[in-house]
Design a protein. Sequence first.
Length: 688
Amino acid sequence: MTPADAPSRLTDRAGLPLTGGSLALNFRAVSLLEGIRAAIAVAGTLAAGALLDQPQLALAALGALLACFTDPGGALPARLPPMLIFGVAGAICLGGFGLLDGASPLLAIPVAGLAIFCCSLARIYGQGGLLTGNLLAVTIVLALDMPTGSPVAALHAAFGFWAGAAEAAILTLALWRIRPFGPARAALADAALALAELARDLAEREADAGGETGFDLHARGHRRAVREAIERARAVTQATLRRRGVASQRANALVLRLATFDQLFGALIALGEEMAARGADDPAARRALAGIGDLLGAMAPELEAGRTLDTAPLRAGLEALRGTVSAAKGDPALRRPLAAALDRLSVLITVSNAPGVTAADEIVPPDLMATILGPLRSNLSLASVPLRHALRSMLVAIPALAFVAWLGNPFGHWLAITVILVLQPHFSATWIRAIERVGGTAAGGLVAAAIGLLVHTRLELAVAMVPLTLFAFAVRGVNYSAWVVLLTPMIVLLIEQIDPGANQWVVAASRVGFTLAGGILAVAANLVLWPSFEGNRLGAARRDAIAAHRAYLVATFAHLTADAPPPEAARRQAGLASNNLEASIARVMMEPHRDDDPLLRAAIVTDAALRRTAGRLAALALEPRPEAAARVGCRAWAEALAAWFDPDLPDPPPLPPPVGLPAIDDGLARLARQAELVREPVTSETIA
């Protein structure tokens, strides 16, 4: 799944999307610095305008507010470019479209529609492009509501807007430069906490009498969360190192700990698979898992603060875990992944070199032209979801803008803005975003009206913006619906600065009404114009996941029977493919009338089977390399299982006899059962 294909989501402090819907809470995403920046840039500018009797500074506050929205978070190399690009492009759009609208409204609307098409297509460049494109489209809509009569007036408006955006960027540089590795450390801490939750849940998990349902739920929930946390940490670490370089002790520590977390993840997956397979209640293994969770939880704040992990309490905790494992007598199949997990914890504490990883290996210098032209070339087709979304946005925005111009309501721009922000590439994301935004706007409108009853002058409104912007931006990553509730009074009070004298109740009611209409229009457009239902892509996501696990299987057996390195890269790709499949399943389940979809049921079965397959492969990768005679049998199994996991092969060969090693034979038999589960829906779909 590319960033452009993924549904729009909130970001964490690392600047990458978080999982969870409108009710999900992520209190670790609270960022006081973001609140301080917004309060200074927005409320401070408004206060200066009120004290100096310069109401035109409200445009600078608008530029600062939208620039703060544009910031995707993370390391400075990821934060500043979108803000700087938005400041310049937003100023051009505000001045240019304001001038064009003043000269010829009939020409301005179709040109604005074409510009909105380009802004919507910007999502192909990832989260930064998505945010910048959406907010440039919002700026275009606002510019059409502020026509200028001369080039000089347009230039003044553009300069004011740019100055506000530049102020926000300068504040970003000043506030975040003192902690250049902070976002990467925070992302590593998040990964440690996700691993801790996985270990603790595994310690409490009990095998079901009738199957592996409990462990399936554990795998689906926690493995996905850990993989996403590790990938967020990987992305923000790479962005940090591109700017700061790799020739430092801190850079090496970041990369080595990231690689070690991934290896620890593999060991815990293998341990969970062994526990599910045996169904035995091993108290020592459960105590060790709980201890691993506690140790990782204790590491998280130290990682975030940049303090050393090589401390007496952490070393003592690790030694206690080693003593628990070595003193217990139990299933050796559980001891092997436990020992691997403890070895990885030792690496984390001492920051010794993770096998085969250096900081330089993580940094690939980006090719600027390929970065710009590559995504564009791959999306210049109607088969491209982002291109269809951009066309849909343009075709809906043009009549919406024309209707707003004809209506003449000073707050009608909220209709077009809501359409732009609610409309998503996938239908499931669009109607859920519409509900979130309309509900949040209604609640926020009541808050804005209540504030309006207490404050009356421009200075009082500016003062009211201080706590509002401080709190709103500080909790922006915690919950989307709560953020929308706080966003509405900010916008209402800002409009009061730009258009003084407007009644707050009228402003709030107008925004609620136009937002509701925009949400309905966005949902209708997604149903009528190139409807993009996830069910049409679920089959491809399932096949991709099967192919990734087939590659993981081949790499695992190459490591087991030859001199190939551990299959870390293949395991990562298989985990990402499973996450993409589960995300696709989740989007399908959010669409109406999907309860009896046979492909959905097949995908759910496949997902569970692939998670078990990944667990069994992780366990096999930890097995000692067999003798030469057994390797021949393992290679035969590898070829047969690879054929069973190949959807294009109609008649897979029969499975070979056991290799004569009980631990490996048990794993091979379990892989064969998962292959049958995976292949059955593939065969049924092919016949259909």
